[in-house]
Ligand binder design. Structure first.
Ligand code: ATP
Length: 474
């Protein structure tokens, strides 16, 4: 295919390690990107890795995809490869056709002009474009009670959820689970749905994120299909609805949800909800809905304690067919404290690093694999420092970080600073809100979600954030 497709003479580092590097990169992208994006754009890719790892040639199915990947993902892929390899890697994109024409260097130079070949649509095998009907219950079969580690932090929530799964429509209806990001709320919900379906395969179960519900309401409104909408939601046996704080300020949605809620409870169907705060802490949601939310059982999930973090790491490594020595799990658990999603990220880095370097997992290896993360903690980046750096970068006044001014030229850098404060410090959402002129934690959460979502789409923003992060980490 290309002239760089070397064979390793004596296996140093060799084709397998080269593919290991690419695999590690793909695995990281699988975690970082929304599933649909990953399946559509990244999964079909293959790569050739030069023997000395200096160059990775990613092969793409057609011209359209090549342009898209170059624009949307190439910078990120290159950065990941460099992060994993620890040295500069040149990334090339090439068509996966015999001629391998139109190679495009994306690093270090700016993207070249694409060739003049006519654009073609991506091949039709994009699963993500399958009609919504194909994902009827939207449950992830991997998220079960069996894969959820129990600890003090989630014991109450877990046992209430198991109770609901075993006897829906009885006690604890609705079940309202709240807690910070990445603590296993979504996992628990899916576990309820999966357990119920295992016992009663004919049960009508739906998992839905609150934002999707909002968009279903909007669609029903535009297309005047409220009958179908009602038929769909009011006929469920179990409704699992995630992150209901997203209903804030959406009056029409709240009304429809209220109707669905009443209909479901009347026919003894069960409702499980999650949120980032307890019902009375929800902002801009109608009182009658808030009191309904609180009318069953409300339970919190807390950040996992040390022993639980150790158990989670060991279990997750085992699920990847790897034994993580307890002392290493302890080292990681001591250093990664905030939530389970971050623990998973740390574990992934360690596994990738160990595979790629073909070394046993040890504390030393974990320290190397997590060097960025550990240095962040050691340097103790402060919110004030972030505000100052971001204000300088976007040429606004530091005082605008606390002000109530709303023009986009100010509001956006402020959101970026909030996002970085969440990412780079151990501060909670309310604490960050307080440091940004006494803003509500939901404002901070909104900013964090917005910027992290946009970061995956907008190359320019991603680069700016990268620069800011590097500056702050020193
Ligand atoms: N107790 C646990 N045992 C095993 N895995 C867990 C546990 N808690 C969380 N996880 C895993 O951590 C990741 C994050 O959990 P989840 O998505 O459920 O968090 P969340 O509380 O819904 O967060 P968010 O509010 O950000 O959506 C998932 O991959 C989940 O499987």
């Amino acid at each position: 295919m290309t002239e760089e497709s070397h064979r390793s003479p004596t296996g140093q580092p060799g084709a397998d390690a080269g593919q290991g590097l690419w695999q590690a990169c793909v695995e990281q992208l699988a975690q970082d990107l929304p599933e649909q994006q990953f399946n559509t754009w990244i999964k079909p890719l293959t790569a050739q890795v030069a023997e000395d790892f200096s160059k990775v040639t990613v092969l793409v199915g057609n011209r359209f995809k090549l342009d898209w990947i170059r624009a949307q993902y190439a910078g990120r892929i290159a950065a990941l490869l460099e992060g994993l390899y620890g040295q500069s890697v040149t990334l090339e994109l090439a068509l996966a056709q015999r001629e391998a024409i139109a190679r495009t260097y994306v690093r270090p130079a700016a993207p070249e002009q694409s060739s003049t070949t006519a654009l073609s649509e991506p091949s039709s095998g994009n699963n993500d474009e399958t009609p919504a009907g194909a994902f009827r219950n939207r449950l992830n079969a991997a998220l079960t009670f069996e894969t959820l580690v129990e600890g003090t932090a989630n014991r109450m929530a877990r046992s209430a959820a198991m109770h609901v799964a075993g006897m829906p429509g009885h006690l604890y209806n609705p079940l309202f689970i709240y807690g910070g990001v990445g603590l296993g709320k979504t996992h628990l919900m899916h576990a309820v749905g999966n357990r119920l379906l295992a016992d009663r395969p004919d049960a009508k179960v739906l998992y839905i994120h609150a934002e999707q519900f909002v968009s279903d309401v909007v669609k029903a409104y535009q297309r005047r299909t409220f009958d179908e909408f009602k038929e769909r939601y009011h006929s469920l046996d179990l409704l699992l609805i995630d992150d209901v704080q997203f209903f804030a300020n959406k009056d029409r949605t709240q009304e429809e949800f209220f109707n669905a809620f009443e209909a479901l409870l009347a026919k003894k169907s069960h409702i499980v909800m999650t949120s980032d705060t307890y019902p009375k802490g929800l902002a801009n949601i109608h009182e009658r809905l808030v009191s309904r939310f609180d009318s069953g059982l409300t339970v919190a999930i807390e950040p996992p304690e040390l022993e639980m973090r150790v158990a989670i790491l060991i279990n997750k490594a085992r699920a990847e067919s790897t034994e993580m020595p307890e002392e290493v799990a302890f080292f990681v658990a001591k250093n990664v404290r905030s939530n389970v999603r971050e623990l998973e990220g740390a574990l992934r880095k360690i596994l990738a690093y160990s595979r790629f370097n073909q070394k046993e997992i040890s504390i030393q290896l974990a320290r190397e694999a997590l060097r960025d993360l550990l240095s962040i903690q050691n340097r103790q980046i402060s919110v004030e420092n972030i505000q100052k750096t971001v204000a300088d970068y976007y040429k606004i006044k530091v005082a605008d970080m606390y002000s109530k001014k709303r023009p986009a030229s100010i509001a956006r850098p402020r959101q970026i600073a909030m996002y970085l404060a969440k990412e780079l410090t151990q501060k909670s959402l309310p604490e960050i809100g307080e440091l940004f002129g006494g803003r509500d934690h939901t404002t901070v959460l909104h900013a964090v979600r917005k910027i992290s979502g946009e970061r995956q789409q907008l190359t320019e923003l991603n680069q700016q954030l990268h620069v800011l992060e590097q500056t702050l980490k020193g």
